[in-house]
Write a protein that binds this ligand. Sequence first.
Ligand SMILES: [Zn+2]
Length: 178
Amino acid sequence: MNDRSRPTGCRRGRRWALVLALVLASGVPPVVGAPEAGKEPPVSDDKLVKTEAEWMKILTPEQYAVLRKKGTESAFRGQFWDHHEPGVYRCSGCGAELFDSRSKFDSGTGWPSFWAPAGPRSVEPVQDHSHGMVRTEVVCRRCGGHLGHLFTDGPRPTGLRYCINSVSLRFEKRPARK
Ligand SMILES: [Zn+2]
């Protein structure tokens, strides 16, 4: 059986296998977060998966109610709705960097609000059909924890409003520049 009789897809597959073999043989591990152009990076890179019992152990009851059970804290009651220090806001469940104070704005809603996440892969939008509404839920991409909701009435430059529960966040002050 000669090579010409095979479908082209098969030959292409063999060529990719050869490239992969060369990459592996070179001893250089593929760089995570720097995928080839036009290819989605692996989704499972650093996902944090825990059982409900494990989450209950490491979260406060308030954090558990919001992050794992999709609760909502009362407006104007959380720690960060009126917080203005420069720094980063991390997920209170897993520590992933979610938002930067530079994209925080006063929305008047009583919840910390941002017009953009810290990075393109910090948070993940999910369709939410609860309470008879169609909304976009925002979850932490790393641990899947519920953060809040995404609306399209935010300020420039994005026009987006990430309405986030303070209890889902942990603030880290940015060190002053020397
Ligand atoms: Zn998280």
